[in-house]
Design a protein around this ligand. Structure first.
Ligand code: NAD
Ligand code: GLY
Length: 366
């Protein structure tokens, strides 16, 4: 087992926490039991993940005398909303959960974001534990404390920063993950290489076959290197006042795609890949990135089986959705662009005539 610490110590409090990564570690109750002082825990999962992993987790915890309160949500991005959040509050209240009763998120990013927001807000905050079961959640969403829900007008528009006490990543859960979800998770792995870790980008290029084949040591290395990158960014800028914005590479475009296509129709990682290609093409039009880097990025997405062409929504619709995105500041849209593979920067004031060239209906060759 490997452990990475997200260091969030300050003069007033130490909110640092460990990320444990390993094969079969869901059975190690000792990892989480000291976070369960009152011997009760709510486990939030969904109708797909609970039948696969809830019984095992419950029996491990209950063998130590810990009572589990299962909360099973409908599955899907289209359920990441107020109605589903309320199902969690209903269950917590019905079971008389107290401020000391932790919530465990057992599932992908949707369950993690919903359960985390419930943990941040129920009784003004209860302890939170992440057990992510998709690659995307293991390399990105379970770490860093962003929680929340979608609004019909915009993705992830309502939420809170709320850090977990511990993240437990059992790579064996990836055995049951559908192929399309695995590929979508790799979009966020590739992101770290693009924005800050060029050696990791090369490593992913060299190991993409092993990743798609779910080779365990290769998978563990990808998760470990991704979590290390994410932890470093979150430690430097927990609340996204600067550096953390780089983690949103491709997301301004991607969130517009997810919303416009109907939540759940394009997977988050797919929208991020197509959105990143738009950001990369914009970077090229601004003479920031070399043509050869653009082609390397496109080639890696293609090998990963991720989309490199965004849907044709028309420029007006893209702009309308992007203006609603959280990356707008002072009315100006901000874009994460690439100078080269491994180096990103935030830019605003992109001339509209340049921006217009990257939308699919007006696409030009980079
Ligand atoms: P998801 O949670 O919808 O999971 C994908 C699918 O896989 C679901 O059907 C789920 O039930 C199923 N699943 C989960 N684990 C499984 C397993 N082990 N075996 C079989 N099936 C399994 O999607 P996701 O890609 O994990 O997460 C996407 C969400 O994460 C988006 O809402 C996105 O906005 C959010 N996100 C949040 C952050 C953050 O920092 N909080 C970062 C990135 C993405
Ligand atoms: N996925 C973006 C972030 O955690 O900041």
């Amino acid at each position: 087992m490997q452990t990475i610490t997200v260091g969030l110590a300050s003069a007033s409090a130490d909110r640092s926490y460990p990320i444990h990564i390993g094969s079969g570690i869901l059975n190690q109750v000792s990892l989480i039991s000291h976070h369960l002082p009152r011997k009760r825990v709510a486990i939030v999962s969904n109708t797909t993940v609970a039948p696969l992993y809830m019984d095992n987790l419950r029996s491990v915890l209950e063998s130590q005398g810990i009572t589990c309160i299962p909360v099973i949500l409908p599955d899907g991005e289209e359920h990441k909303n107020w109605q589903t959040l309320n199902l969690i509050y209903d269950a917590l209240l019905a079971s008389r959960c107290e401020r000391s009763t932790p919530i465990i998120a057992l599932g992908g990013g949707v369950v993690g974001d919903l359960a985390g927001f419930a943990a941040a807000t129920y009784l003004r905050g209860v302890p939170f534990i992440q057990i992510p079961t998709t690659l995307l959640a293991q390399v990105d969403s379970s770490v860093g404390g962003k929680t929340g829900i979608n609004h019909p007008l915009g993705k992830n528009m309502i939420g809170a920063f709320y850090q977990p006490r511990i993240v437990v990543i059992d790579v064996n859960t990836l055995d049951t993950l559908p192929e399309r979800e695995l590929r979508a998770g790799l979009a966020e792995v590739i992101k770290y290489g693009l924005i800050r870790d060029p050696d990791f980008f090369i490593w992913v290029e060299q190991n993409i076959s092993g990743l798609l084949a779910r080779n365990i040591p290769v998978m563990v290395e990808a998760i470990e290197r991704s979590c290390r990158n994410k932890a470093q960014v979150v430690e430097a800028d927990e609340r996204e006042s600067g550096l953390r914005a780089l983690l949103n590479l491709g997301h301004t475009f991607g969130h517009a795609i997810e919303n416009a296509m109907g939540y759940g129709n394009w997977l988050h990682g797919e929208a991020v890949a197509a959105g990143t290609m738009m950001a990369v093409e914009l970077s090229r039009l601004l003479n920031m990135i070399s043509r050869s880097d653009v082609e390397r990025i496109r080639a890696l997405y293609v090998r990963t089986g991720l989309p490199v062409h965004a849907p044709d929504l028309g420029m007006e619709k893209y702009l309308k959705l992007m203006e609603l995105d959280k990356k707008v500041e002072g009315g100006r849209m901000r874009f994460v662009l690439l100078k080269r593979i491994g180096e990103a920067a935030v830019h605003s004031d992109i001339p509209i005539e340049v921006l217009a060239k990257i939308f699919p209906d007006r696409a030009v060759n980079a």
